[in-house]
Design a protein around this ligand. Structure first.
Ligand SMILES: *Cc1c(COP(=O)(O)O)cnc(C)c1O
Length: 400
């Protein structure tokens, strides 16, 4: 795209940025999959300059690869970042972001207590044994957070834009101010919101993490992650990628870039469908409670309105079935004919997950209770299907 001439919207940049790089001769209209492990030049002096970082270019695939570079440039643009590293999974991105953020700071992390399960376990089972102090706090309680920051003097604050599965939204902008005042880095997992709904770097975060596996790739056929960072962390991110080698493979990069082109369209449709599904579920006698960001009685509705794009409330709807035990939940899930009972979210098809059995299985019942995850709670990731078909499938299963 001739960027010098035009300032265009995210939906436009998603299909143009970093693609169709002009070289010599013809230009492919999509970025090819470069499988080469190493790269050569006509003059060895040029390779010397690339190794010496005097010139941008490829030398070895762990350092950079043109397919990955295009994806990283695209995601940097969509997130308003200074640079990005595409990684082999969302968890690999999380690990990378934490290592970089902790590198020259106090080895202490204050994390949201309602993080993605594997992120909690990574802090407890990988970082804590290496001497990183870890404390979990309710990030929706700013006083509790302030007090934890005062006690621990953490090097890193770690949060998600929307918590899973009960969809709480902490005040990212205020927390970024607190992080800056305390000299801590703010790391934000924005998987649930995508850059269409929220761009944490614009609110003052230092590093943003995504599981590309979810909305950005969007078709349930890629495992990947990305760290997008501000200018202050870019050199460290590049160096970490080169040394630790958590990089994404070129096939996955290609598939992700293909997915990102349609993600704004998919996300808009999925959010619109989710709004309808949430309203419909709330009207059903079999449903005890619905969790959805558009609910005017949502405890964080002021933060939702302030931080997220207008009219977009995400595509996750969680709900509790009235008086349902495990058997009733299993019967309901078995009775679904279209909605896929799979352990992920953000795909084009609707998917349902039982947190007690899957994502939050390894937590003690008491800890689940504290997180508000009851045994009758289900999490629905709403897809792009015709919404009446989603409602029809739910209606059929509710009668089961
Ligand atoms: C899925 C997910 C991850 C982990 O991503 P993987 O690609 O599965 O490694 C991290 N955070 C959130 C919020 C997720 O939904």
């Amino acid at each position: 795209m001739e960027e010098k001439a035009m300032k265009v919207a995210l939906q436009t940049r998603a299909v143009h940025t970093a693609d169709r790089k002009r070289g010599t001769g013809s230009t492919p209209v999509t970025t090819p999959i470069y499988t080469a492990a190493s790269f050569i030049y006509d003059d060895i002096a040029e390779l010397d300059q690339v190794f010496g970082h005097e010139k941008t270019g490829e030398s070895y695939a762990r350092y950079s690869n043109p397919t990955n570079r295009a994806l990283e440039e695209l995601l940097t643009d969509l997130e308003s970042g200074a640079g990005a590293l595409a990684t082999s999974s969302g968890m690999s991105a999380m690990q990378t972001a934490l290592h970089i953020a902790l590198a020259d700071r106090n080895r202490s992390v204050v994390a949201s207590q309602s993080l993605y399960g594997a992120s909690i376990n990574m802090l407890m089972n990988i970082f804590a044994p290496q001497g990183v102090a870890v404390r979990f706090v309710d990030f929706c309680d700013l006083e509790a957070l302030r007090s934890a920051i005062g006690k621990d003097k953490p090097g890193v604050l770690l949060m998600e834009t929307v918590s899973n599965p009960i969809l709480r939204v902490a005040q990212l902008d205020k927390i970024a101010e607190m992080a800056r005042a305390a000299g801590a880095a703010l790391v934000v997992d924005s998987t649930f919101t995508t850059p269409l709904m929220c761009r944490p770097l614009e609110w003052g975060a230092h590093l943003v993490v995504h599981s590309l596996t979810k909305y950005l790739a969007g078709h349930g056929d890629v495992l990947g992650g990305v760290v997008v960072c501000d200018a202050g962390h870019l050199e460290a991110l590049r160096a970490y990628g080169r040394l630790a080698g958590p990089v994404l493979g070129p096939f996955e990069s290609y598939l992700t870039m293909r997915g990102v082109k349609t993600f704004p369209l998919r996300m808009e449709r999925q959010c619109a469908n989710a709004c309808r599904v949430a309203q419909w579920l709330a009207s059903r006698p079999e449903v005890e409670r619905v969790f959805y960001l558009a609910d005017p009685k949502h405890p964080d509705s002021a933060a939702v309105r302030r931080l997220f794009s207008p009219g977009l409330y995400g595509a996750i709807v969680s709900f509790e079935l009235l008086d349902a035990d495990r058997e009733r939940i299993f019967r309901f899930m078995n009775a679904l004919r279209m909605i896929v009972p799979a352990t992920s979210l953000g795909d084009v098809h609707s998917m349902i997950l039982y947190p007690v059995m899957a994502s939050h299985r390894d937590l003690a019942p008491k800890q689940r209770e504290r997180m508000g995850i009851r045994p009758n709670l289900l999490r629905l990731s709403v897809g792009i299907e015709a919404v009446d078909d989603i409602l029809g499938d739910l209606a059929h299963a509710l009668q089961g």
